[in-house]
Design a protein around this ligand. Structure first.
Ligand SMILES: C[S@@+](CC[C@H](N)C(=O)[O-])C[C@H]1O[C@@H](n2cnc3c(N)ncnc32)[C@H](O)[C@@H]1O
Ligand SMILES: [Zn+2]
Ligand SMILES: [Zn+2]
Ligand SMILES: [Zn+2]
Length: 436
């Protein structure tokens, strides 16, 4: 296949950011800039049975793989299409039983290794950037990252050695894991539930901005990139690599740790949203001392990290208690609109949804949605998904007017981010029409 590029865009090299994507023509808000099929992808284990392993379609009555009884498909075509990848795991999952536990990154890398064996030409996912060309930042690996890399390599050998003949050597695998860490994507549904992991080489060509001009959404296993700001000819196309809720210092830390660069975007230089994001509670006793605020920010960051780990072993009610206690403590200094308060409210909402405590989830959603709309950019999947969850909760609780109103808010964002013809958009429209 010859390299035909992507119409209306070009690859270029920026002195600081390295390779990047640039517009060659004007793109209007909501316009599709390009679509990119996944080079490799993997459905997350917890979505087995709800989504087809091959095409990621969500539907009831999928058919089970007769051998492992763990993978589910739309039909025989999807099952056949998936076999070159599923065969890596089908027998092994049975053989290992409860001991089958490769991480999602390892599962994805196994599929990439397998694909690389049979592909020699440029694939339709690599019109502008080859997977082989991915940035790895190998020179920036510290001992902690090196250790994680060794663990991944060991797991790849352990779980896949029987099914992949001549696995690349450790040096090549070190590079591949580093490339996937720096260029990989997670696929989410319309409510931002995690569906899987994938590599989309052309999408990975885009550099990051905290004030991005495009958003990436997914149609099955195809990534779609749409403009969320007007883009002029010659302008660089930026997406966001991270959750944009947090203040500049936190975003900087995250970008440096995961992607090894310091963001110089306008949000990072003007820090225009930092004050609102870290709002302090107004008290009659006067403003807290700066040291008190710093101590509470340290506490907030610790609690966020502690909660992230606790999710793996604590019960829902214990988790909810963690959320409530931390909000109580942070609430002595932070306003309810403060992002660290919002973070714990969001976690609490997730636990309520898991426990099917719909009223509890709705209460949290109602507290979150307004500040979210202020902190996030105008078109944000985080805001859309929050309106969507809230709208669906309202309708479930027979609060029709509020439900329709929230769904319409979600729809307005999704029509731009997902495109008017996306099946998620059609679904939300149907939910609204059923009420009117
Ligand atoms: C997914 S890749 C993007 C394409 C990359 N520039 C390349 O040449 O392959 C991510 C890497 O690009 C660079 N990068 C992305 N956004 C950047 C930015 N805003 N400023 C500086 N470097 C950036 C960093 O090296 C980061 O690890
Ligand atoms: Zn399917
Ligand atoms: Zn199977
Ligand atoms: Zn930035």
């Amino acid at each position: 296949m010859k390299n035909e590029g992507i119409e209306g865009t070009e690859r270029f090299v920026h002195p600081e950011r390295g390779r990047g994507l640039r517009a060659l023509r004007h793109f209007a808000v909501g316009e599709l800039v390009f679509a990119c099929p996944a080079y490799s992808y993997v459905l997350t284990e917890s979505e087995r049975g709800t989504h087809c392993e091959h095409c990621f379609t969500r539907k009831e009555d999928l058919s089970k793989c007769g051998k492992c009884k763990q993978a589910y498909y739309c039909n025989i075509d999807c099952q056949r299409g998936d076999w070159p990848m599923h065969k890596l795991e089908c027998v092994a999952m049975c053989a290992y039983g409860e001991n089958w536990c490769p991480s999602e990154t390892v599962r994805l890398v196994a599929r990439i290794v397998m694909k690389q064996k049979v592909t020699t030409d440029r694939t339709p996912s690599e019109r502008l950037l080859l997977l082989k060309e991915f940035e790895a930042h190998l020179d920036k690996m510290d001992s902690e990252k090196d250790e994680m890399n060794q663990t991944d390599i060991a797991a790849l050998h352990h779980f896949y050695a029987h099914h992949i003949s001549n696995i690349p050597d450790d040096l090549a695998l070190t590079e591949l894991f580093a490339q996937v860490n720096c260029n990989g994507f997670t696929i989410e549904d319309e409510e931002l539930s995690h569906l899987g992991s994938a590599v989309f080489p052309d999408v990975a060509l885009m550099n990051h901005s905290c004030s991005p001009n495009v958003i990436v959404t997914y149609k099955g296993t195809v990534a779609e990139v749409r403009a969320v700001k007007e883009i002029s000819p010659g302008e660089e196309v930026f997406n966001s690599y991270i959750d944009l809720l947090y203040p500049t210092e936190d975003r900087k830390e995250r970008l440096l740790d995961s992607y090894f660069f310091t963001c110089q975007c306008t949000e990072c230089t003007t820090k225009s949203k930092d004050k609102e994001k870290t709002e302090i509670r107004k008290l009659s006793s006067g403003a807290p001392e700066p040291e008190e605020i710093r101590a509470m920010v340290r506490y907030a960051k610790n609690v966020i990290e502690e909660f992230r780990r606790a999710k793996h072993y604590k019960s829902p009610s214990e988790l909810l208690e963690m959320c409530e206690l931390s909000q109580e403590k942070m609430g002595t200094i932070f306003a309810d609109t403060n992002v660290y308060m919002l973070h714990m409210m969001y976690q609490a909402m997730g636990v309520c949804l898991y426990m099917q405590d719909w009223d509890g989830a709705m209460d949290y959603g109602e507290k979150i949605i307004q500040p979210y709309s202020v902190h996030y950019p105008a078109y944000s999947l985080n805001v859309a998904s929050m309106y969507l969850k809230l709208g669906r909760l309202y309708l479930g609780l027979e609060k029709k007017t509020q439900g329709v109103k929230a769904l319409k808010k979600a729809l307005a964002i999704m029509e731009v981010a997902h495109g008017k013809d996306h099946h998620y958009v059609a679904e939300v429209k149907r939910e609204i029409e059923e009420q009117t």
